[in-house]
Write a protein that binds this ligand. Structure first.
Ligand code: NAP
Length: 525
C-alpha cells in the first residue's frame, strides 16, 4: 500500500497544515519517504467533534458487534502483511522476528478483548432488589454497571510500535469499552501508524461502525498532543512514554475547565532483589538471566531491570564476574530514535559521575550514531540511600547494582524507593518466609511482584497488572495491560427504580445476556 502521509479525520484523509516531517531509519539515519503532514489544531478539533458524534452511536453498539469489530481490526492488521513488517523494521531498527512477534501480541490482544465483550460479564452488573415493606423506609430498586466514558485521546509509544501504538492496548481497551478514539501517532513510526490506522479504517467500514470512531493525527511538535488533551470533547487520555511527557499531559488535563483523567505509564527501574540464599544456590544462573534481561531489545522496555540489590557476602564475586562477562560480550545496539540515544548517553554520563558509582561492565562498541553500549554500574548502599537521583530510569541497556551490608540496609533501600511497575525477588523458599517484611514493603511500591524471575516479558491476560504508584504511572489503581485496562475508560452508572424495558440488557430482570451479576449480594448468572 502506498503511504499518503495524511491525517485520518474519521474515515477521511486530511492535510490542512504546512508543517511536515519524515520518519528516520535508525540503522542509517536516512529519511524515509513520504512526508508526513503535522495536524493543525483545526484538524484535531474536527477529529474530536467527529469522535463525540460517533460516541453517541458507538457506545450503544452491543458487545458482540464490538467484538466482531475488534476481530476485524486484527484480521486487517494481519492482511497488511509484509508491507507492515518491513515498514516497521525500517522505522524502528527492530529485527523482523521481534516485529512479527509484536504483531501477534497486538492481534491477540484485540481478540482477548473481543472474548471479554462476548462474555459480557465485564460490565460488573450489580442488582439490589427493592423492598417496599422495609421499615422505617422502603428500599428502592438499585442497579448499576460500567459504561463507556467518552472519546479518548491515545498517545502511541515509541518502543512498542504495534502493541502499544495505534492498535495497541490503549486502543483495544478503549474501543472495547465503547469509546471512540483519537490516536496521536508517534512521530518515530508514522508509516507503521498509517498502515495500522488504515487497517482500523477498513474494519470500521466493513463492520459499519460510525465514522469518527477512530481518528489519527500526526505531529512532531507538542502542540498536536496538547490540542487533544485540551479539547472539550475528549474525556480521558491513555499514554505510554517519558515522565516529562506524561506529567505535562497530566498537568494540562488537570488545568482544563473540565479536568479529565490521564492514564500515563511513565517507566520504572524495576528493582530486582537477590537474597543471599538464592545468590549462593544460583549466582551464575541469575547473573546470566539478568544480563539477558538488561540487554533485551537494547533495554528499551519499561520493565527493564535498571536497579539490582544484592547483599554483601558469599557468592557475590561469582555473580559480579558472570554479570560483567555476559554484558561485556554484548554488541552495541541501535536505539529507536536519535533523542532516545542521546537521552541514554546523557543518563549514562550522569550515572558514572555520581559519588561512589563505578562502572563494572561495558558492552562492545560505543554510544555513537543511533547506537548505544550496555552498561552496568555498582554502588554501595550508603551512597545509594543518600542520592535520590540514582533511582532515575536510564532508558536503555543500563543497570545499577547496589550492595547492601545487612538486612537493615535492604529494608532501608526498599523503604526509600518511589513507585515502580515491578519488583523481583530472588530467594529460596526459606528466605521467602524470612523476608516477609521486605515483601510487604515492596507490595506498597509496585504494581507487580515477581518471585525468582525477571521483569521483562509482560503477559497479556486477565490478571495482569501493568501499573504502579507514581511516578511509574499517574494512577496506581489501573493497569495498561490485560483486560482490566478496560476500566480506565468506563464509569459506573446507577439506575434507580427503572422500568425493566428501559434498563440496559445487562441489568434487565431476566438476564437476557446470561452474564455474571451481583444479585442481592450473590454472584449469579
Ligand atoms: P515521549 O517523549 O514521552 O513521547 C511520547 C508521545 O507523547 C509522543 O507522541 C509525544 O509527541 C507526546 N508528548 C511528549 N511530551 C509531550 C508534551 N509535553 N505535550 C504534548 N505531547 C507530548 O516518549 P518517546 O519519544 O517515546 O521517548 C522518549 C523517552 O521516553 C525515552 O528516552 C524514555 O525515557 C521514555 N520512554 C518510556 C517508555 C515507557 O515504557 N514508559 C516508553 C518509551 C519511552 P511529540 O513527539 O510530538 O512530542
Amino acid at each position: 500500500m502506498k503511504l499518503t502521509g495524511q491525517n485520518f479525520l474519521g474515515n477521511e484523509l486530511s492535510s490542512y497544515g504546512d508543517k511536515n516531517f519524515n520518519a528516520i531509519n535508525p540503522t542509517n539515519g536516512e529519511k524515509l519517504p513520504p512526508d508526513f503532514m503535522e495536524a493543525t489544531v483545526q484538524e484535531v478539533d474536527e477529529a474530536a467533534r467527529k469522535a463525540a458524534d460517533a460516541f453517541q452511536v458507538y457506545r450503544k453498539i452491543d458487545g458482540n458487534h464490538r467484538a466482531d469489530f475488534l476481530e476485524c481490526i486484527a484480521r486487517e492488521i494481519e492482511n497488511a502483511g509484509k508491507d507492515l513488517i518491513q515498514r516497521c523494521c525500517n522505522e524502528t531498527g527492530l529485527p523482523e522476528a521481534r516485529i512479527s512477534g509484536e504483531r501477534g501480541r497486538t492481534t491477540n490482544q484485540l481478540k482477548l478483548f473481543a472474548g471479554l465483550l462476548r462474555d459480557g460479564s465485564w460490565v460488573d452488573a450489580r442488582i439490589d432488589l427493592s423492598d417496599p415493606e422495609r421499615k422505617p423506609l422502603p428500599k428502592p430498586d438499585v442497579r448499576s454497571m460500567q459504561v463507556a466514558l467518552g472519546p479518548v485521546g491515545i498517545f502511541g509509544a515509541s518502543n512498542f510500535p504495534l502493541a502499544f501504538s495505534v492498535a495497541g492496548g490503549d486502543t483495544a481497551s478503549a474501543l472495547a469499552a465503547g469509546c471512540s478514539i483519537i490516536v496521536k501517532a508517534h512521530p518515530a513510526h508514522p508509516g507503521t501508524s498509517e498502515l495500522v490506522g488504515n487497517a482500523i479504517r477498513k474494519a470500521i467500514i466493513e463492520c459499519k461502525m460510525p465514522d469518527g470512531t477512530f481518528s489519527m493525527v500526526h505531529g512532531l511538535s507538542n502542540e498536536v498532543g496538547m490540542a487533544i488533551v485540551q479539547n472539550k470533547h475528549i474525556k480521558a487520555i491513555g499514554f505510554t512514554g517519558s515522565f516529562n511527557g506524561g506529567k505535562a499531559l497530566y498537568d494540562a488535563a488537570a488545568r482544563r475547565e473540565e479536568p479529565i483523567p490521564v492514564f500515563a505509564e511513565m517507566g520504572s527501574v524495576n528493582p530486582v532483589f537477590i537474597l543471599p540464599g538464592a545468590m549462593k544456590e544460583k549466582s551464575l544462573e541469575i547473573a546470566e538471566g539478568l544480563a539477558a534481561s538488561i540487554t533485551l531489545g537494547i533495554g528499551q522496555f519499561c520493565t527493564n531491570p535498571g536497579l539490582v540489590i544484592t547483599k554483601e557476602g558469599q557468592s557475590t564475586e561469582v555473580f559480579y564476574k558472570e554479570l560483567s562477562d555476559s554484558v561485556s560480550k554484548t554488541e552495541a545496539g541501535t536505539m529507536l530514535t536519535k533523542s532516545i540515544q542521546q537521552a541514554y548517553e546523557q543518563g549514562s554520563n550522569k550515572m558514572s559521575r555520581q559519588s561512589g558509582v563505578h562502572q563494572i561492565a561495558k558492552g562492545k562498541g560505543g554510544n555513537t550514531g543511533f547506537n548505544v553500549t550496555a552498561s552496568v554500574y555498582q554502588v554501595n548502599s550508603p551512597d545509594f540511600i543518600k542520592n535520590d537521583g540514582l533511582e532515575e530510569e536510564v532508558f536503555g541497556p543500563s543497570s545499577l547494582v547496589v550492595s547492601a551490608k545487612d538486612n537493615k540496609d535492604l529494608i532501608s533501600i526498599a523503604s526509600k524507593m518511589k513507585g515502580h511497575l515491578t519488583a523481583s525477588l530472588f530467594a529460596t523458599d526459606e528466605e521467602l518466609d524470612n523476608y516477609k517484611d521486605l515483601i510487604y514493603i515492596l507490595e506498597q511500591k509496585v504494581g507487580r511482584l515477581i518471585i525468582n524471575g525477571f521483569p521483562t516479558g509482560v503477559e497479556v491476560c486477565h490478571a495482569m497488572n501493568h501499573g504502579g504508584p507514581f511516578p511509574a504511572t499517574t494512577d496506581s489503581r489501573t493497569t495498561s495491560v490485560g483486560t482490566a485496562s478496560i476500566y480506565r475508560f468506563t464509569r459506573p452508572v446507577c439506575y434507580q427504580n427503572f422500568p425493566d424495558h428501559l434498563l440496559p440488557e445487562e441489568l434487565q430482570q431476566a438476564n437476557p445476556m446470561k452474564i455474571w451479576r451481583l444479585y442481592n449480594g450473590e454472584w449469579t448468572k
